[in-house]
Design a protein around this ligand. Structure first.
Ligand SMILES: [Fe+2]
Length: 194
């Protein structure tokens, strides 16, 4: 995350909107030379200009600061490209179906990258009637535990919250091809495809 808006971000967003430097400058009540300076890293827009700048570029101030333009393309909503975010402070679990700038407890959360299960985070899936019984072989102490299990297919997310001192087990209906995700508070996100 950038700590402040960058010239590259301003230029890219302006060009995306097919605006000239002069047009952007006029909207903001500055000169086109000023905009040119921002874009070439020879100056930075004053903080009072961030809101009007974001408005002129059609994004939120947070997106502007992060250098990410998030458009609601509603890309056929393939949940298999979904992302999980977990707050390291309060343990909040956030799920998104695409790119997002997510923050919790004042921390900007990176999308978690899932690893293939290792020996210390092995999972077994047993068929029980019409459901799957999922067990992660893992401690469930207050300090080190599995905090959720989720099964994600192209159109559905099932997420089960687990708690320390409980069992690292749950039942899910794993219909269709999907990916099983589970999160260890110390070691991160794991996945197992099927
Ligand atoms: Fe772990």
């Amino acid at each position: 995350m950038n700590t402040y808006v960058t010239g590259t971000t301003i230029r890219n967003l302006r060009e995306d909107r097919r605006m000239t430097q002069a047009e952007l400058a006029e909207t903001l009540g500055v000169s086109s030379k000023t905009v040119s300076k921002w874009e070439t890293a020879k100056g930075l827009p004053d903080i009072t200009l961030l809101k009007p700048l974001a408005q002129a570029l059609g994004i939120s101030v947070i997106e502007l600061m992060n250098g990410e333009h998030i458009t609601n393309r509603n890309v056929s909503g393939n949940l298999r490209r979904c992302k999980f975010y977990v707050c390291p402070i309060c343990g909040n679990i956030i799920h998104s179906t695409g790119s997002a700038v997510v923050s919790c407890c004042g921390v900007t959360l990176p999308p978690l990258e899932a690893e293939e299960a290792d020996d210390d985070h092995a999972v077994t899936i047993e068929q029980v009637e019409d459901e799957q019984f999922i067990t992660v072989r893992h401690p469930m102490t207050k300090e080190h535990f599995i905090s959720f299990v989720a099964y994600v297919t192209c159109d559905r997310v099932q997420l089960v919250k687990l708690y320390p001192e409980g069992n690292a087990q749950t039942r899910l209906q794993m219909r269709g091809l999907g990916t099983l995700y589970y999160y260890c508070n110390r070691h991160g996100l794991y996945k197992k495809g099927r």
